[in-house]
Each structure stands twice: as C-alpha cells, then as structure tokens.
Design a protein around this ligand. Structure first.
Ligand code: PMP
Length: 389
C-alpha cells in the first residue's frame, strides 16, 4: 500500500497504532489463535493468559483491580453499557440522570433513550471554557439521582474536568459517577480509588492501540447493579457476552502500559509543539482565537481555533491532501450540524462553523508543525482574498 504523505494532526479522532503495539499483537493472530474461553486445552489457556495480562495492564492504567475491567468493542459500547446497564439494572427509586452538555454522542444518545423510558434526564451546563457548573450540580443533585456522567477531557475543546470534586458532590447523595475517559490520556492521570470513580470508559484507538477494543471499569461492589446490553455466552463476568478478540486485547494492554511509561516524555514534546504551532498561526492570522481553556490547561495536543470570516469545512477542503485536521468532532462529521460542544460554551453557529480542531500526538514532529502552519496560513489567506474580491 502507498504511504500516505499528508501531515496528520487529527489525533483526537484516532491515533496511529504504535509499532510496539502492533508488534505485540502479531503472534496472537496466527500462533496463539485459540478461543480464549476454551477452558479445556492449552490453545485456550495460552490465549486466556494473554488476555488476563492485558486486563492487568489496563487496570494498572486506572489504579483499578483486573476484576473491575470489562472489555468492550470501544468507548461507544462502554458508555452505553454504563448508562443503559445501570439504569436497567436498578429499581426506579432513583430516576434522575445528569450528563454534561458537552458529552460525546455515545453518552447523550443513551441518556436520551432513557428519557423516553421515563427517566428524568438533565444536561449539566458548562462555562465558556467547558468546565461543568459545579454549583448547578450541587443545587440540583439529590437522593433521587442515580447517575452523573461527565467526560474527563473533552474531545473538541480539550477541557479537563475536576473529577474528584464531581465525585464528592455526587457521592454525598449516593449518586454514582461515570467518567468517559476516552480522551484523558496522557493529559491526566486517573486513579479510580483516589478519585472515587464508579464507572469509567476507555477506548484503545485513542491511546495508540487498535480500533475495535475498549473497556468499561466498573467498581467491584457495583457490578451486580449493571444489566448487560449484550446477551449470550456470559463472558466478562456475564456483563458482556462474546468471544474476546485476543490480539486486540493484547494491543490494548500494551498501549495502556506505554501510556504509563511514556507519558512524561509525550506530554512535554506534544505541549511544546502545540505552543509552537499556535504561536506561528497567531502571528500570521489576524483575529485567530483559541476556543476553550488556556493553552496550558487543556488536552495536551488539542487546539480548537477560530479562523475569522471563513468556513472551516471550506478551509479543510482546500488543505487536502496536505493536512488532516477536523471541524467539530470526527464522530459527527459527515452530518452537517453545528457542534453541540461549541454551542454549549456559548459560541454562535456562525462562529462555530469557523472553528477547526487540530490535535497533535506522540508521532508529531517539528517538521510537521512547520508544514501545517505554512499550509494553514497560505490557504486561509487565499480564502480571505477571494471573499474580499
Ligand atoms: N467518547 C469520547 C470522548 C470520544 O472522543 C469517542 C471517540 N470519538 C468516543 C467516546 C467513542 O469511542 P469509540 O470510537 O471507541 O467508540
């Protein structure tokens, strides 16, 4: 296959597979091919051992126990299992569910589904940087609240939430907390014990692991409250039926262990490159604006930038095939609608439609930053010239 020579700055949509991850997976496609749930022979035992090692690595990333990790197909399934599974597994004594206004659609859609079933679902408002309104949460939460779901780090504007404060408010009335931590690493560390988290979703393809695998952490004592959304062979303690994909689990485990070993280096390099790109762009583009939290206090690789007076989709079209970035979140692209995240932080539809999400990651180089800056500056100038003719 021909190598794609475009510059990739869309790491929040997905990350490339780290070569150390792909190397770790290869033997599990052909050599260790047994069904990990075949308990009667060595083919099954070997595959099962690899999966349990991977589970330990994923658990270590969260300072959790391996018995608290349920493998899923990704964060979409983990979010659905957390929200629908808890709501359907509990009696209706608690019928309120709060999710933040800037959640991913895989949280918003199951919550909406529960609203149709009679649950009282409310959106927690956010401030102009995407921080959830803790006063609102404090004032509205009560003994009728079953679950609060908040993402650790936002996928469009990079906001980092105050997880420990949120869990302490929720636990004061006995409500459980689900954290969508898909975009959390390596920006922040997660310690499910210290931060007192009840449920947490992960996806391997956002941490240089393979697509098609993720996990839901479920605190040990709450596992009996969750009703599965997939039924069958009762794998994953009966919470998620289906044969586990050994190579994907192994890759996920390796990716998780690399987050722990490489995160300081990754953080430093990515942050420096991000600041370099922002400075280059803001020196040359009049009115360029950083949307969301300040540079130093957001997802390490995220820049959400307002390019005044142009359509972000038009700019993205013009920079093809040189540069890969996105407008709004990749999961909603294809559908032309204004980002619910940008509108929740108070941006007008017109301003939102002029915003680009640029995201850097582990493989980003200074050369790529120079190319990206050059391409964006020259193509932006071209659109502006055309508009002004
Ligand atoms: N939550 C967040 C915050 C995400 O960014 C994404 C992916 N864009 C998901 C959930 C869904 O993850 P997956 O692709 O693993 O289903």
């Amino acid at each position: 296959m021909k190598k794609n020579t475009s510059t990739y700055l869309d790491y929040q949509a997905t990350t490339p597979l780290d070569s150390r991850v792909s190397d770790s997976m290869i033997p599990y496609y052909s050599q260790v091919f047994g069904n990990p749930h075949s308990s009667g022979h060595s083919f099954g035992w070997e595959a099962n051992r690899a999966i349990e090692n991977a589970r330990l690595d994923v658990a270590d990333l969260l300072s959790a126990g391996p018995d608290e990790i349920i493998f899923t197909s990704g964060a979409t399934e983990a979010n659905n299992l957390a929200i629908l599974g808890l709501a359907h597994g509990c009696d209706r004594k608690r019928h309120k569910i709060f999710v933040s206004a800037i959640e991913h659609k895989s949280v918003l859609a199951p919550a909406r589904h529960l609203a149709n079933e009679g649950f009282l679902v409310e959106l927690i408002p956010v401030d102009n940087q995407g921080g959830i309104d803790l006063n609102w949460l404090q004032d509205n939460i009560d003994e009728k609240t079953l679950l609060v779901s908040v993402m650790a780090v936002n996928n469009e504007i990079g906001t980092i939430q105050e997880i420990s404060t949120i869990t302490s408010i929720c636990h004061s009335v006995g409500a459980l907390v689900h954290i969508d931590a898909t975009q959390a690493f390596p920006t922040m560390t997660i310690d499910t014990f210290e931060q007192d988290i009840d449920l947490l979703s992960l996806s391997a393809h956002k941490i240089y692991g393979p697509k098609g695998i993720g996990a839901l952490y479920i605190r040990r004592e709450y596992q009996n409250l969750i009703q599965p959304i997939l039924w069958g062979g009762e794998q994953e303690s009966g919470l998620r039926s289906g044969t586990l994909p050994t190579p994907l689990c192994v890759g996920f485990g390796k990716a998780a262990s690399l987050i722990l070993s490489d995160s300081e280096k990754d953080k430093k390099c990515i942050k420096e490159l991000k600041i370099e790109l922002f400075q280059k762009l803001s020196h040359q583009i009049e009115g360029l604006e950083l949307i969301g939290p300040p540079l130093k206090n957001r997802h390490i690789g995220n820049l959400c930038l307002y390019f005044p007076g142009i359509s972000a989709d038009e700019l993205i079209g013009l920079i093809q095939p040189k540069l890969a970035v996105s407008s709004g979140s990749a999961c909603t692209s294809g559908i032309t609608e204004t980002s619910h995240v940008l509108s929740a932080i108070g941006l007008s539809a017109t301003k939102s439609n002029s915003c680009l999400r640029i995201s850097l990651g582990r493989m980003t180089t200074l050369e790529e930053i120079e190319i990206a800056a050059k391409v964006l500056i020259s193509e932006y100038a071209k659109i502006k010239r055309l508009i002004n003719i």
